[in-house]
Design a protein around this ligand. Structure first.
Ligand code: BEZ
Length: 161
């Protein structure tokens, strides 16, 4: 079952690519005691994710910070090397967005948002969504009904906060 507003996020571990290679980031370090905007995508470098979804958050980053958001994170079922390169090439990393790899999809499956798009070669990926998380509890949630970015972009969650 998909996660809902009011639910607490499950504990999980992400990977980021740091100066010394892949590094584990416990979900508690990201969400505990903090106000965090999450957006998740079906895959790094896919067209909509790269040309629409990430740019919408790069554009909204400063305004979200102005509304008290401690951090914006992007989650994808990908490896940390790809997430790091994608963050650099889209300008997300420069905008302060942290690119969190969920390599086995453990977090994504635990919140009931796993997604397959066989024609695009995507299996065990994530639905496209955005959410506001306040001290590990989901307070806003925008899950896309399909692959397009219509309700999960940066401008929508900016209006909701
Ligand atoms: C896209 O981001 O363009 C995309 C995502 C999932 C399936 C196909 C395309």
């Amino acid at each position: 079952m998909a996660i809902e507003v009011g639910d607490r996020l499950p504990e999980s571990t992400f990977l980021v690519f740091g100066s010394e290679g892949p590094k584990e980031v416990p979900s508690g370090d990201v969400f505990s005691g903090r106000k965090v905007v999450v957006f998740a995508v079906p895959g790094a470098y896919t067209p909509t994710c790269t040309k629409e979804h990430v740019p919408s958050f790069v554009k909204a980053a400063e305004a979200l910070s102005g509304k008290g958001v401690d951090e914006i994170v992007c989650i994808s079922v990908n490896d940390p090397f790809v997430m790091s390169e994608w963050g650099e090439s889209t300008g997300a990393t420069s905008a302060g967005i942290r690119m969190l790899a969920d390599p086995k999809g453990d977090f994504t499956s635990a919140i009931g948002l796993a997604f397959d798009a066989p024609p695009a070669g995507l299996f065990g990926r994530s639905k496209r969504y955005s959410m506001l998380v306040e001290d590990t509890v989901v307070s806003k949630l925008n899950i896309e009904p399909a692959t397009a970015c219509t309700i999960s972009g940066g401008e929508t969650i900016l209006e909701q906060i």
